[in-house]
Design a protein around this ligand. Structure first.
Ligand code: FAD
Ligand code: UDP
Length: 393
């Protein structure tokens, strides 16, 4: 096979490396993916109602890393977009009254739900101090319950985080690494945006368009519907492989314990509306942090970039343990098992001939946002070329 580098996975991790190789070497690069499309979990498309939807859940691009933006913005056209999420909260237990409030928790959240007198940063600090004063846990937090109650107190923890997390991970927060709930910020001001990064964008050509541009290079060949695990014998002659699939799948023949992942079942439905700008729910994403419904959130895709249509497509997300691996589950058991796979991966990379490089959310068993996946690919590229694992020129 006339290929210098094989890239397994056409998500951001694999596609960025493919493009760097094509732009900086004379290599022939083969990118394979088991799915029937490029783009990995960021893939989107326009459905039969003319609405752009993401196949694997809403994807909002946000970053503070200018070099990541400099790199990716060259591929496709992008528009500024600030993401806002409302949570449908039933405060306290046992009553049927709910309120749509901003998450991350900010002044407006507290005013609407618990205490209208909270007006400014000082009030917010006082209110939260009162909520957390009896909580004794100290950093470093042992788990996500500790990291949440220390910041928010039990009332917010129960109304926003406990049940949502149980639905999402099938585990209570005390059985998950502190990092899971540390992802969610707490705002002492009235900033109700989901992210505060300096760069927040959506591709107006869709992520599909971005990936088409990324992989459009005469040295890159893309082969879809090609599963590495089933066809790896066909690629034996290739000296360098960049693997972005699940690391425990790569080493499956060793018979070690498998890693745990969460998947999502997407339940899509479309309704007609009277005006092209009419929408169904009060925000593009409505989180459901209550056990009254089994899904975690509903996304109304039309709201992203203010799409116009006499239809609206909504997607409910049900977390499940079956299906494609999306989320690594960060807890002690999995991190212990992952460290064994990591050692195997290091040995595979050190081989003199036929090196294998592991990259991305699944191969590094780490929750990565898109900008982190792109940033990691750029950083690893620097490292690999410095160490001579990949030769430029
Ligand atoms: P992936 O995109 O998962 O790509 C890996 C590819 O490898 C896949 O296409 C897979 O089919 C392929 N593959 C796996 N095994 C094999 C095999 N054996 N043979 C061939 N191919 C294989 N990030 C944000 O920044 N903002 C968001 O709003 C956001 N929302 C998200 C919502 C959800 C529901 C999920 C699951 C993730 C979200 N992310 C978001 C994260 C984002 O999806 C990841 O950062 C990104 O997908 C990581 O890219 P990757 O290339 O590492 O992995
Ligand atoms: N989370 C929660 N309630 C919410 C939103 C998030 O409990 O309303 C928790 C949940 O455990 C989730 C984690 O915070 O898995 C991270 O949320 P985020 O929205 O960042 O996750 P993603 O969009 O990647 O699913």
């Amino acid at each position: 096979m006339n290929v210098d580098t094989l890239i397994v996975g056409a998500g951001f991790s694999g596609s960025v490396i493919a493009r760097l190789l094509a732009d900086n070497t004379k290599q022939k690069i083969l990118v394979i993916d088991s799915r029937d499309h490029i783009g990995g979990n960021s893939y989107d498309y326009i459905n039969q109602f003319g609405i752009r939807i993401s196949k694997y859940g809403a994807h909002l691009f946000h970053t503070d890393r200018q070099e990541v933006w400099n790199f990716i913005s060259a591929f496709g056209s992008w528009e500024p977009w600030e993401h806002r999420v409302l949570a449908k909260v039933y405060p306290g237990s046992g009553n049927d009254i709910f309120n749509y409030v901003p998450i991350p928790v900010c002044i407006q959240t507290i005013q609407n739900l618990y205490d209208p007198s909270v007006q400014n940063e000082d009030d917010m600090k006082r209110w939260l101090d009162a909520e957390t004063k009896t909580i004794k846990v100290q950093p470093p937090y042992k788990n996500s319950m500790e990291s949440a109650v220390a910041r928010f107190g039990y009332r917010i923890y129960n109304d926003f985080f406990y049940s949502y997390t149980l639905k999402q991970w099938d585990k209570p927060p005390e059985c998950l690494d502190a990092s899971v709930l540390q992802r969610i910020p707490l705002r002492y001001n009235n900033d109700d945006r989901y992210f505060t990064d300096s760069i927040q964008m959506l591709p107006s050509c869709g992520y599909k368009g971005v990936f088409e541009h990324l992989l459009d290079h005469p040295q890159i060949e893309v082969r879809l519907n090609t599963d590495y695990f089933q066809e790896r014998h066909c690629f034996n002659g290739i000296n360098c492989t960049v693997f972005t699939g699940p690391i425990d799948g790569y080493f499956a023949s060793r018979g070690l314990d498998r890693l745990e992942y969460r998947s999502i079942h997407f339940d899509e439905f479309t309704v007609t509306v009277e005006e092209t700008d009419a929408v169904i729910q009060p925000a593009s994403v409505v989180n459901e942090p209550s056990m009254r419904v089994p899904y975690t959130r509903t996304v109304e895709y039309k709201q992203f970039l203010n799409q116009r249509s006499y239809y609206s497509t909504l997607v409910r997300e049900y977390s499940t343990s079956h299906g494609d691996p999306y989320y690594p589950v960060p807890n002690e058991r999995n991190m212990k098992i992952y460290s064994i796979y990591q050692q195997l991966a290091e040995r595979e990379t050190e081989k003199e001939r036929r090196i294998v490089l592991f990259l991305g959310r699944l191969a590094n068993y780490k929750y990565l946002n898109m900008d982190q996946a792109i940033g990691n690919a750029l950083d690893n590229w620097q490292q690999w070329t410095k160490e001579g694992l990949i030769k430029i020129g």
